[in-house]
Every structure is written in C-alpha cells, then in structure tokens.
Design a protein around this ligand. Structure first.
Ligand code: BJW
Length: 252
C-alpha cells in the first residue's frame, strides 16, 4: 500500500464526473502538503516530547494553560505562514467550474480551504483563530501575540469581559462539537451523490461515523489517503494518493 498513484482510478473518475453534488470530508492529511503537521505521527517539532492529544484536551489545559497556549500560538503562526496546496485549490476550482456543487466538512482548524476560495459548510472541530474566553465563552477580539520563535510557555491573553484566560476556539476530547456543525455534515452526507474522504485517520468520533452514514443511505464513498486507515475497509473505493496529487488529477 506504500506506493501512491496519481492516475485517477476509472471507477472514481466516473463517479466524480456523474456527481451533481459532492461532499468532501477532510482531515489533517489535507493540509499536510501545505506544511501543517498531521496529528498522529508528526515528527521533528519542538513538541515531540509532548503528546498532541494530551495537549488538545481539557485536562492538558487545566494542568498547564501556558504550555497549551504556547502550542496553539505556534500552530497559529504556522497556519498563517503556509499556503493552500494544490488539493485545496482543486476543490475550489471544482466548485467554481459549476458542474457540481462541492460541499466541504472539515476537521481541520486551519483556514486553508477558505484561503483557496472554498466555502466550508462545517468546521466540526472549530477554528484555530476563533479565540474565546475559557470561562465565560465571550469571543476575544484583541491581538494575539505570536512569538517570532516558538516558545514552550506563553501566558494566554485575558478575556476582555471577565479577565480569565482565553483559549483557542477548537474542540478538545470530551467537548461538544460547535452547535449544528455535525448535523450539517450529516445532512451533507445524505443529500449528495458522492462522498470523498480525504486525509483523515478515521479515529476520532463522531466525524469518523460520517462515511458509514453516507453508505447506509446508498451514497458511494471514496477514500483518498496514502495510507491504510480505520475507514479503508468500509468504503466503496480506496485511492492511495495524497490530497495534493489526487484532487487536481480528479478535477482536471
Ligand atoms: C494524508 C497525507 C496527504 C498524511 N494527503 N492524506 C464514539 C466511539 C468512541 C469514542 C467516541 C465516540 N464518540 C465520541 C467519542 C470520544 C472522542 C473520540 O472520538 N475518541 C476516539 C479517539 C476514540 N470524541 C470526542 O470527544 C468529540 N466530542 C464528542 O464526541 O462530544 C460529545 C461527547 C461529549 C462527552 C462525552 C462523549 C461524547 C470531540 C473530538 C475532538 C477532536 N479534537 C482534535 C483536536 C482539535 C484541536 C486541535 O487541532 O488542536 O481534533 S483531536 C485531533 O484528531 C484533531 C483532528 O481534527 C482529529 C482527527 O485527526 P485527523 O484529521 O484524522 O488526523 P490524523 O493525524 O489522525 O490523520 C492524518 C491522516 O492523513 C492519516 O490517515 C494519514 O495517512 C493521512 N495523510 N499525509 C492525504 N499528503
């Protein structure tokens, strides 16, 4: 399964050409070729000694908000400093061409789909840039200082309403998804001709249940991922390719 294939499998090309509506479910692998590390198996960062999943949790925040904030500040700087890749651009181009309606539901907290020109139906795990109070939930409108060099601790800004620390507007384990986001993604998986699942390990729920929900409704599901995932066995077609090679080839 190691080799990735930039040639569109004919059955996938047929599905894509015939679809009037396409729902694209994206995960961290979508942004990998932009230079944003994926969650599982990211190497070589300042944070290697930390478990990203432990940092992205209410417990991590309660134990050490300065550590967690420094990690998110680093990721905000990283996300701002990279560009959408050919895969993000291909999805925007597909929608702009007008032959099909392209609906995107993403787990990613970056804004690379939007910066490529796509409308995103749902950011089911929130947004890196929607900073809000950790106590009273008020949106934070002040400046967020991003250090030029990554640091391992950084004091979060204080809420303008109540004076407590602010936190990134993302969804940690055990937290509820943003209101309506998951329902919108479910609807998009039911009222569609094709679901493409791009760059997700399929480990995190409830997002990982979306491909099954689509298939249960008779919608064909295609996985685009260079590696085997938890979802691979349950989809109709698997295409072992990266987002930035597969999507342009599919949309061309
Ligand atoms: C490429 C590529 C290239 C590489 N091209 N591909 C049902 C069953 C069991 C457990 C649960 C359940 N329902 C809920 C749960 C609990 C929990 C959960 O899912 N646990 C599991 C781990 C078992 N879920 C939750 O807690 C969720 N909340 C919830 O359900 O609320 C209701 C509730 C409340 C209380 C109790 C119970 C229920 C919330 C989940 C929040 C996830 N948050 C994170 C952090 C977000 C903020 C941040 O970014 O810092 O979201 S965790 C992290 O994982 C992040 C990601 O969005 C998410 C998914 O990761 P993703 O995108 O799949 O990335 P990777 O790294 O895992 O995979 C990358 C893939 O890309 C790989 O496959 C590569 O091969 C591929 N790839 N290069 C294409 N170039």
């Amino acid at each position: 399964q190691a080799a990735t294939d930039p040639v569109v499998p004919p059955e996938i090309l047929d599905l894509a050409r015939a679809a009037r509506r396409v729902t694209v479910l994206t995960g961290a692998g979508m942004s990998a070729e932009s230079g944003v590390p994926t969650f599982r198996g990211a190497e070589g960062s300042l944070w290697e000694e930390f478990d990203p999943i432990a940092l992205a949790s209410p417990k991590g925040w309660d134990e050490d908000p300065e550590l967690v904030w420094a990690w998110y500040a680093w990721r905000m700087g990283l996300a701002r400093g990279v560009d959408p890749n050919a895969g993000h651009r291909a999805l925007a181009q597909w929608a702009a061409a007008g032959d099909a309606e392209v609906v995107i539901a993403t787990q990613n907290i970056d804004d690379l789909h939007e910066r490529a020109g796509s409308d995103v139906l749902a950011h089911v795990h929130g947004s890196l840039f929607a900073v809000r109070c950790s106590m009273c939930d008020a949106p934070y409108t002040g400046e967020v200082d991003i250090p030029a060099e990554p640091v391992q601790r950084l004091e979060p800004p204080l809420c303008e309403e109540c004076g407590e620390y602010v936190r990134p507007g993302v969804v940690w384990f055990g937290e509820m998804l943003p209101e309506g986001a998951f329902d919108a993604a479910v609807d998009a998986c039911l009222e569609t001709d094709l679901v493409l699942v791009v760059g997700t390990s399929g480990i995190v729920y409830p997002f990982a249940s979306l491909p099954d929900i689509a298939r249960g409704h008779g919608v064909p599901v295609v996985e685009i991922n260079p590696a085997d995932t938890e979802l691979s066995e349950g989809v109709d077609h698997v295409w072992r390719a990266t987002a930035a090679t597969a999507l342009p080839a599919l949309v061309e």
